[in-house]
Design a protein around this ligand. Sequence first.
Ligand code: AMP
Ligand code: MG
Length: 402
Amino acid sequence: MISVAEAIQIVRQQTRPLPSERVKLHDALNRVLAEDIVADSDLPPFDRSQMDGYAVRAEETSDAPVRLRIVGESAAGKGWHHEVNQGEAVRIMTGAPVPAGADSVQQVELAHELKDGAVVELLESVEVGKSIVKRGAEIKAGEIVLQSGVAINAAMMAVLAAFGYAEVVVGQRPRVGVLATGSELVSVDEKPGQDQIRDSNNYSIAAYAQLAGAVVQRLPLARDETSVLSQLISEAAKSCDAIVTSGGVSMGVYDVTKAALKELDAEIFFERVALRPGKPTVFARLPNGTFVFGLPGNPVSVAVTFNLFARTALLAMQGVTDPALKHETAVLARSVKGNVDRESYLPAQLTTNDDGELIAFPLKWGGSSDFVAFAITTALIIVPAGTKTLEANSLVRVVRLP
Ligand code: AMP
Ligand code: MG
């Protein structure tokens, strides 16, 4: 049995980024950058006014109030491209270029125009540089503004647009086959008969896979029969970078997932992890290169093991620099029990208290089959193997769920 950290390490070692592809900017949200993004121009591209007001020579305002002759107007998109000389001012708008000769902008609230706009009276003096953002003060042309390996968020879309990336190079999205095993399973649109239940794992797995950026392919429900399962897996492998199965990995007579993988000559990297819930999780690769995550059948185990292992692989395949769930530290609101030889990942919710501390509330749950209680889970509390009890108010490691 290997530790969770070792299992994640193996997943990271075995997975490589898929080839990159070029997409239009408006299709780039949530995709993973496969190139560094470089500024093609200074930002701002010219000395820019931060205010509506008057561009002036600061030294001429020291004895304010002072009257200056208005010689022009600089608006955003239509600058005034002459020199401001002694005794002169230029009416200027937010975002407009500051004309040569001027070294400050006095805001409109501290000035008023006279003589039909021919003259402005500045009521207060203004210091050099006031309300001007110098060319290149924010970003210099040639600077890297976004690093390869990050997922593109909404704010980054603005950065890409501002520097002219009409197309971006991103990691390909992995194609993921989702395959529920279990002779007891019927699909969501059927009424379960005697001894049957509806398949729910395929829906959570597909959803988590989508959140991880994968393109999901839903496969037919598989009976607990080795040949049926191996047939489905080998067919799906032709068009999938990874297949995520659920069920059939425990020690029962009908747990046929590993038998099917062996029949297909898969290389099995691990099949038991010191993890609760989720011990019998399997990670393997088929001869054609398709990865298989054989998750346990219990829905909570599915959520935990998917996010620890399969999610890490899917992000790594898109080129994410840091694909595993990040550990954070929280204060435990209520005591929790651990396990002798397995690391526990317990359902929890996170909040902050008035002191700004992150608080982890363990949720009441009826074990790894209790997917209803799990539905309000936002994070998992990590209890190290061999820890009997973690007391209330102690510091604990947590991971947030997507
Ligand atoms: P297994 O790992 O196949 O022994 O399954 C463990 C438990 O999870 C059993 O109670 C199964 O009925 C249940 N289970 C397995 N697959 C699914 C599924 N796709 N949806 C909901 N429950 C499942
Ligand atoms: Mg089963």
